[in-house]
Design a protein around this ligand. Structure first.
Ligand code: UD1
Length: 340
């Protein structure tokens, strides 16, 4: 019997490539669609080195409707889609809102319209805890109110969630919206990982570049927040753990276990770590002393947010497994590989 095929848009990207590995290891065949705007085809080879199987790869832009139709025509065995393909830099989205609305909304519309046209009705969508803004109650659960987005990027995630919910009402579409907390780390093999372009905006890639000597020191954005040590608190989730949540989500849909047509899940560890605690964890995990200084707050930052992942555990059978030290060691191993 042929294996079910999962279409992974954005599959050469950071989270996408790790998800392709986990899907293949769980017995799925995978087709990657990516326009390589923020990744390279090396990830396809990285996946092959880890799993022994090269995923199908179609270099195409999800904003190109005809190209998407051609992918579904070429692979009639597709049973579900995991839609990662999107622009994700918060600051850039403020500078170029139309680019973000075009990329993130048109790509989703094309993917969903072609899914329905080809009789594919299961979708897993990459959403973000950014939709909660600063939650009033922590840890945050899925029924916490969605707050006005702080950036065009954040707004695209909210609008995409709404598009999917509305579509599920009037079609056979069913899906899972995964609200990621802060994905970090790399595959333990260091065959795949995050490829930041230019100066990293996210904390862990910046830390590993400081450790590698590419940057002089880390700026800790603010130590006067209302948190125990004054720095911001986040829920750092290992990217392999996160990738596994997608496999569970695909299985959940195919087994018909979903109670509603569009089910939301928090994907985090359930533990908040401050920036200073993360720096300490990195030093402990790697033995490297990290130069840092306290800088001004970064505009738009949330003070503290971490997940209640209980729903994902109860319904998807998923929970984070990797320790923060192992996760940071994997990020450092990947950084060292990039240096070679
Ligand atoms: C950011 C986005 C979020 C998006 C996510 C994707 C914002 C406001 N939020 O999350 O919408 O889904 O990326 O990965 O941009 N920090 C430093 N020094 C640095 C870099 C970061 O102190 O050089 C701090 C930040 O102030 C923050 C924490 O580290 O408290 C994590 O920052 P980051 O990795 O950028 O993630 P978020 O801002 O949580």
């Amino acid at each position: 019997m042929s294996k079910p095929i999962i279409l992974v848009t954005g599959g050469t990207g950071y989270i996408g490539s790790h998800t392709v590995v986990e899907l293949q290891q769980a017995g799925f065949e995978t087709v990657i669609v990516d326009n390589l705007s923020n990744s390279t085809a090396d990830a396809v080879e990285g996946v092959k080195r880890i799993t022994g199987v090269r995923p199908h790869f179609e270099q195409a832009d999800c904003c190109d409707r005809n190209a998407m139709a051609a992918v579904f025509d070429k692979y009639p065995g597709i049973t579900a889609v995991i839609h990662f393909a999107a622009s994700k830099a918060v600051g850039e989205s403020v500078e170029k809102p139309l680019l973000y609305y075009r990329n993130n909304l048109i790509s989703l519309l094309n993917v969903v319209e072609e899914m329905i046209a080809h009789g594919v009705f299961h979708i897993v969508f990459s959403s973000s805890c950014t939709v909660y803004g600063q939650p009033a109650v922590l840890p945050v659960t899925e029924d916490a109110p969605v707050q006005p987005a702080a950036s065009p990027y954040g707004n695209t995630k909210q609008v995409c969630e709404e598009i999917l919910r509305d579509t599920a009402v009037s079609s056979a579409l069913q899906g899972v919206l995964l609200r990621y907390f802060n994905p970090v780390g790399a595959h333990p093999s260091a065959e795949i990982g995050e490829l930041p372009v230019g100066v990293p905006q996210n904390l862990v890639p910046f830390i590993t570049q400081v450790a590698a000597g590419v940057r002089k020191e880390l700026s800790v954005f603010g130590n006067d927040y209302h948190t125990p040590d004054g720095s911001c608190i986040r829920d750092y989730i290992n990217v392999v753990d996160l990738a596994r949540a997608h496999v569970q989500a695909v299985n959940y849909l195919s087994e018909g276990k979903n109670k509603t047509a569009m089910e939301v899940f928090n994907i985090g560890t359930g533990k908040g770590l401050s920036v200073l605690e993360l720096v300490a964890a990195f030093q402990k995990a790697t033995g490297i002393k990290l130069p840092y200084r306290i800088a001004d707050r970064r505009a738009g930052d949330i003070e503290q947010v971490w997940a209640n992942p209980g729903k994902a555990h109860a319904l998807l059978g998923w929970r984070a497994q990797e320790s923060i030290e192992d996760t940071l060691r994997s990020a450092w191993k990947w950084e060292k590989k990039l240096m070679c």
